[in-house]
Design a protein around this ligand. Structure first.
Ligand SMILES: Cc1ncc(C[n+]2csc(CCOP(=O)(O)OP(=O)(O)O)c2C)c(N)n1
Ligand SMILES: [Mg+2]
Length: 357
């Protein structure tokens, strides 16, 4: 007698805007406004051009290690557009697009990646700084969501992580707690198919990441991570549920990392060229442009004028970043603990004796 059976679950990828630029299915009214389309498209391009500039700064020795978000701009842009100002955003390191929409200046983002923690200072007062340790932010977000729930505040917490992060204990533990306590939390996985050089198939045997929600008893959905419209639709629904006491949602946004993991990586050593070429065809900006061309008569001149204006904006932010005073290395001791533990106090004293402030 065979008692065991394989679970087969169907999690179709939700899509509204096809790679050919066709909008189909039920597009919510809020997403049918041309004004929103233009603002979102502009922000996607701001993110892409900023990203290119950041990589160039690193390559010329003017920035520390930097994590590009090339090809994944739609996820973070849709997050920035769907969060309300008093929601709490708990980002990870590929969330430049949303951070900008939450009020963090480009010069502050560059300051952070330039190795100065003060770059995290000028962000929305509700939000947390970008998290580098993998998956730890999901536990922080569950903690913040617990506080909001206890205080009966109608705000949502949204956190992001990578596909690799979803294989870590912190991810499962936080999601489990969110399910039990019915927390006002939205967890968005940027499934870009890679955890540095480890492909998705080598770090999890699950067919989808969305189904990881099942064991935690929370809602989940799989969405095309290159489709700004589908992302907005699922984010709006999940955030509304969170704000109205209806619990947690896990969103798996399926995309592809069209860049090295960070500037300290070389993807050509492990990724096959063909799958990258294929992914290039479905990236988020091209399909959005096709839509604008078809529906709003968007043309080359408008595109060029927009890019020139964005590059000027980025240029002045880069100048501001380059004129900042150097980071104070002693800062690394000061902002983790309210009271510095004895061993770190000793290290700080030694450091100051050797290097001064
Ligand atoms: C706790 C922890 N372990 C290891 C690392 C090193 N590390 C940095 S990025 C990364 C892979 C993350 O992949 P994924 O979660 O898919 O996110 P992506 O970088 O693809 O957006 C690892 C292992 C880390 N930052 N933190
Ligand atoms: Mg990844």
């Amino acid at each position: 007698m065979a008692f065991l059976r394989e679970q087969t679950l169907s999690y179709p990828i939700h899509q509204l805007l096809s790679p050919e630029g066709q909008l189909s299915g039920e597009t919510p009214i809020s997403l049918q406004q041309a004004e929103l389309w233009q603002r979102a498209y502009r922000h996607l391009w701001l993110t892409r051009l900023f990203d290119q500039r950041a990589v160039a700064l690193q390559r010329t020795g003017q920035l520390g290690t930097y994590a590009s978000c090339l090809g994944q701009e739609a996820i973070s842009t849709a997050i920035g557009f769907s969060l309300q100002p008093n929601d709490v955003f708990v980002p990870y390191y590929r969330d430049q697009a949303a951070q900008m929409l939450r009020g963090t200046s480009m010069s502050s983002i560059l300051q952070f990646w330039g190795g100065d923690e003060w770059g995290s200072h000028h962000t929305s007062i509700h939000d947390l700084p970008a998290c580098i340790p993998i998956a730890t932010q999901v536990t922080h977000a569950a903690g913040v969501a617990t506080a909001l729930k206890l205080r009966h505040q109608k705000q949502a917490v949204l956190t992001t992580c990578g596909d690799g992060a979803s294989s870590r204990g912190d991810f499962y533990e936080a999601l489990n707690l969110a399910g039990v306590w019915h927390l006002p939390l939205v967890v968005v996985i940027n499934n870009n198919q890679w955890a540095i050089s480890v492909p998705l198939s080598q770090q999890t045997a699950t067919a989808t990441l969305a189904q990881k929600a099942l064991a935690a008893g929370v809602m989940s959905v799989r969405v095309d991570g290159n489709d700004f419209f589908a992302l907005m639709a699922v984010l709006d629904e999940a955030l509304e549920r969170a704000r109205h006491g209806k619990g947690t949602t896990l969103i798996e946004a399926v995309t592809y990392r069209l860049c090295d993991h960070t500037t300290a990586d070389d993807m050509s050593r492990y990724a096959d060229h063909a799958s990258r070429e294929q992914a290039q065809q479905t990236e988020p900006l091209i399909r959005f442009r096709r839509l604008l061309e078809q529906k709003l008569m968007w043309n080359d001149q408008q595109q060029q004028a927009m890019e020139i204006a964005l590059l000027a904006q980025i240029g002045s932010e880069v100048d501001r970043y380059l004129s900042l005073p150097p980071a104070n290395p002693a800062d690394m001791f000061d902002y983790l603990y309210a009271e510095l533990p004895e061993d770190l106090a000793q290290q700080k004293a030694e450091f100051l004796q050797k290097f001064g402030t």
